[in-house]
Design a protein around this ligand. Sequence first.
Ligand SMILES: Cc1cc2nc3c(=O)[nH]c(=O)nc-3n(C[C@H](O)[C@H](O)[C@H](O)COP(=O)(O)OP(=O)(O)OC[C@H]3O[C@@H](n4cnc5c(N)ncnc54)[C@H](O)[C@@H]3O)c2cc1C
Length: 402
Amino acid sequence: MSRHATQVGIVGAGPAGLLLGHLLHLNGIDSVIVENRSREYVIDRVRAGVLEQGTVDLMQAMGVDAGLQRSGLRHDGLYISFNGRRHRIDLAGLTGGKAITVYGQNEVVRDLIDARVGTGRPLYFDAKDVSVGDLDSTTPSVRFHHDGTDHDLRCDFIAACDGFHGICRPSIPDGVLTIYERLYQFGWLGILAEAPPSSDELVYTLHERGFALFSMRSPTVTRLYLQVPPDEPIEHWSDEAIWNEMLRRMTTRDGWTPNIGRIIQKSVTPMRSFVAAPMRHGRLFLAGDAAHIVPPTGAKGLNLAASDVLVLGRALKAFYERGRADWLDEYSDVCLRRVWKAQRFSWWMTSTLHRSPDETAFDHQRQIADLDYLTSSHAAMTSLAEQYVGLPMEVSFESVGL
Ligand SMILES: Cc1cc2nc3c(=O)[nH]c(=O)nc-3n(C[C@H](O)[C@H](O)[C@H](O)COP(=O)(O)OP(=O)(O)OC[C@H]3O[C@@H](n4cnc5c(N)ncnc54)[C@H](O)[C@@H]3O)c2cc1C
């Protein structure tokens, strides 16, 4: 048994855990990151791709933006398509110059792992049997098995950054958390294709046959999604069937259509809205997907992970530098205010742009009217734009020493 100690034990090396580890490092706070998957698996997992302005600014302020500056694709607008017509929403024009940046989560995670390795601070991949304990004490523990050795890591605090299926949230005693959850009657079939994007900006489509989303990862790779039933077996979809359906839903009357190319990855993801509150128990703090999940339509998941980390970073810095515990106490409330606004936005984007199996003809006409209003009202477009590029962070960069 190897016994060691750190200030903050971080479970999970996804965006939340890695960002927190680096933010703490910049403030001279010790951490150990424990991840149960391999480095390759964590990097190769295909997931988010849309970074809010605030996430980009945070990565820049933390000095982990070299790849983002090199390969990130800044988008000043997006399209909403319905009734065969695309309508552009000028995100930058409506928000005083803010934008989103398309940069794959794979790249974000790769850059953050490189930054972590560069600091020389511990990051264990392939940890087995990870568990957390003594959460009510002042020395909670992270226990795990790594490379033939059992580890007992004593911490001042534990950051639960282990995602929706992690072990930290279930380690909180029954009755502490209130769970708010909504499941949707559809999922997304997503593909990566070797095809140059035929639009410089994302295209969200509501079609008679359901939702479709055109996006991209690079100047040569297109990322496309289709609404399908949540339990749809991917084996039911040949590449040809996927392209037929993509083109059918996305092609607009002016002839715009995605470029076709070799499909290099395909999968089906169910959708849910989920919040566990409070985001703290004793000395364990939940951050990112461990505490909340949004349907991906609003592109908020990774961005919420980043804003949680900023709030937690401020609280830990104040605790270690000035003995302040009040920001630790406020952590959950401050995060949840932003989380709920993102939940509301993601739910609204999802319900406005998808066809529900139990909807009525009235519901569908209301959706069309919603989109018609959205794309013709300056006020409605401004509301969408300010939420899509990201509502202001609740915590300043100065408060985390940036
Ligand atoms: C298909 C899809 C598309 C998406 N698109 C977008 C988008 O466009 N924009 C956006 O902002 N978000 C998007 N998201 C959401 C985004 O990917 C997540 O919100 C983000 O990954 C959350 O980061 P996290 O670090 O909290 O959790 P995760 O990325 O899930 O990281 C958790 C880490 O903990 C590890 N872990 C789990 N269990 C244990 C354990 N027992 N011990 C140790 N480690 C453990 C996991 O292996 C993982 O590495 C999308 C998600 C999906 C699935």
